[in-house]
Design a protein around this ligand. Structure first.
Ligand code: PLP
Length: 433
């Protein structure tokens, strides 16, 4: 059990901890936002190179995943305006949604990090076996020669679901053996989809944090196993951060100005904190002070908030606080934050809002009813941040708001209908001020 009453715990933190213990919705404002800190090992150049690596792989990806044909092998999602929600919630500035629920391959934000890390490993192996990354055609990686090399290796990852889809489908497509370790929160359709694609799925009767530890151990036993570590991988982080360059281009194509007077406020759902931190980091590189990142977590699993507010990061979990960690947001059901998210976000994250499951369903209903957008429960919580923004003095009326929707298009139609019947009922019963 971590020491949460130690010297880092101020009076402010203890009021906050009481609210968290009580499962109340709250907002934590990061006291270190915009302070100057030493640079860390992932920097502008690492992210720049990650974007270039994904461009080199585009010819391969275009052949491997037909839904990337339109974008010529670049795995990306659109940004759209949400005027109905803007009016409904009386927001002054422009309200946008980033449709990562439509991301090719995994139908979630995990297509950014998971695919990138598998491609890095594949490129490494290929180069060791005579592939020239500067002059050879990446479509050649689909040839028998490379598939045979890849098939000697097993790629393993622990996941609540979507990272498993992203890593598992990319790995098996390249010819790797893939093994996904899943926590008891994993939904049946995600497990089935992986198994149908020849991926070995191991289910633990345990929470995500313990499943990761078990998976890491299992991978260590096998010299031909490569482990994608959701709790600490800098490659995953870099993959997520490639979003920065792309969003900058998309907003510029939409003629949306982003500046200190017209900041971009971005609302990102956080589980372990890896994907939202990577994206926020990538956006900070592009927009600097003009972007204001805010995370949103379930009231039952505020893991990144707890780690950052206490300064204990990965050394504390929501179970230490006595929380049950239970939420219908399977993608956010992560009790212990990542080893790197808190460090990389220390001066870059504006704050974190928490949301009840009840309101999460209301937002899912709101998205469906007002905008006809279908997203999974984890993906919609950004709306809580949007509502909160009205009470944040640093956010001017001129701000542009970007809700990052993180997953949904792979949810089977029948499961989605069940989610939405429930969500629309709750939306109709909810009073929004
Ligand atoms: C994984 C996931 C998140 C959160 O990402 P973390 O890296 O765990 O913080 C949010 N939404 C969905 C749909 C996800 O699958």
């Amino acid at each position: 059990m971590a020491n949460i009453s130690g010297k880092k715990s101020t009076e402010y933190t203890s009021t906050l901890l009481d609210q968290l213990k009580d499962y109340q919705e709250t907002f934590w404002k990061n006291p270190n936002y915009n302070t100057v800190l030493p640079t860390l090992s992932v920097d502008r150049n690492v992210i720049f190179q990650a974007n270039r690596r994904l461009e080199r792989f585009a010819p391969y990806l275009e052949d491997a995943f037909p839904d990337t044909k339109k974008s010529k092998g670049i795995i990306e999602s659109p940004i759209q305006e949400m005027n109905e929600i803007r009016h409904f919630l009386s927001i002054d500035g422009c309200v946008l949604i980033k449709r990562d629920d439509l991301m090719p391959v995994s139908g979630s934000i995990k297509s950014r990090g998971g695919i990138y890390e598998v491609l890095c490993f594949a490129e490494d192996l290929a180069v060791k076996n005579g592939f020239n990354s500067e002059s050879d055609d990446y479509s050649d990686l689909a040839n028998e020669k490379f598939r045979r090399i890849f098939s000697q290796w097993q790629i393993e990852v622990a996941s609540t679901g979507n990272l498993g889809l992203s890593v598992g489908l990319m790995a098996s497509t390249l010819g790797f053996k893939a093994r996904i370790h899943m926590s008891h929160d994993a939904t049946t359709w995600k497990i089935n989809k992986l198994r149908q694609n020849g991926v070995d799925v191991k289910i633990y009767d345990d929470n995500f944090s313990n499943a990761v530890a078990a998976a890491r151990e299992s991978s260590k036993q096998n010299p031909y196993s490569y482990f994608v570590d959701d709790e600490g991988s800098k490659l995953l982080f870099a993959g997520y951060a490639t979003a920065g360059e792309r969003v900058k281009k998309q907003l510029s194509d939409m003629h949306i100005e982003v500046s200190k007077n017209k900041p971009l406020v971005v609302y990102l759902p956080a589980g372990v904190g890896g994907s939202p931190s990577g994206v926020a980091f990538g956006l900070k590189l592009q927009f600097g002070d003009a972007v204001i990142p805010i995370f949103v977590e379930p009231t039952h699993v505020p893991s990144v908030l707890l780690g950052m507010a206490t300064g204990l990061d990965h050394d504390i979990s929501v179970y230490d606080l006595g929380l049950d960690g239970k939420t219908a947001a399977d993608g956010l059901a992560v009790g212990r934050p990542s080893m790197i998210a808190g460090r990389y976000m220390k001066n870059k994250l504006f704050g974190i809002a928490t949301v009840s499951d009840q309101n999460m369903f209301a937002y899912q209903g709101m998205l469906k009813k007002l905008e006809n957008i279908e997203a999974e429960p984890s993906a919609v919580v950004g709306i809580r941040g949007l509502i909160q923004s009205k009470e944040i003095a640093e956010i001017p009326d001129t701000a542009t708001h970007l809700i990052w929707s993180t997953g949904g298009s792979m949810v089977p139609a029948e499961t989605m209908r069940e989610y939405e019947d429930h969500a629309i009922t709750i939306f109709n019963q909810t009073h929004f001020e």
